[in-house]
Write a protein that binds this ligand. Sequence first.
Ligand SMILES: Cc1cc2nc3c(=O)[nH]c(=O)nc-3n(C[C@H](O)[C@H](O)[C@H](O)COP(=O)(O)O)c2cc1C
Length: 183
Amino acid sequence: MYDENILKEKSDSVMKKILVVYYSWSNGNTEAVAKKLQAGLQADLVRIETVQPYTGSYDEVVQQGQDEVDRGYKPAIQPLSVNVQDYDVVAVGTPTWWYTMAPAVATFLDAVEWQGKTVIPFMTNGGWPGHVIADIKKACAGAEFAQAMQVKFDSTGGSRMETPEAEIEAWIHELQKSLLEDA
Ligand SMILES: Cc1cc2nc3c(=O)[nH]c(=O)nc-3n(C[C@H](O)[C@H](O)[C@H](O)COP(=O)(O)O)c2cc1C
């Protein structure tokens, strides 16, 4: 018979704590990818929300987003329900907004001390991925990075995923190997 407490102590000490943090506005595209990752890594999941919601039509928000990205505007975001400092590994997911991360994600990245953490950058886009992953990495000073992922959805801003499901599964499998098995 094994001792469940010893088993639990062991798994607490070797398992890394993983958090998936994401922002999603249009269709839940980024949320869908975040949920697959959460399931694959047995991670906690939390969504970033702005204090002031984006309430315009799609085209209006596309324009507002352009203005905010151009100005480097970082909107206030609501407090998260978890303390990011409690996690060793943080996956950060964002839709592409004007070739970079959504402004709400820039706000989030600025508020965290990244030294000593491993970040998994991922993003969704409609065919113009720009420099999202590079920008996330720049904003996480001192972090190490696990394999990043770009997931393409349709070019009209809709919810049809064009990246093959198998590519996402392979990415999650790689992360499982590098983050869980050698923990
Ligand atoms: C304000 C705004 C700007 C966007 N800019 C880009 C872009 O530069 N490149 C791109 O490929 N898609 C762009 N898109 C499309 C979204 O990145 C894409 O539809 C994404 O999957 C939406 O994710 P979500 O449903 O999680 O919000 C933009 C969408 C919005 C609303």
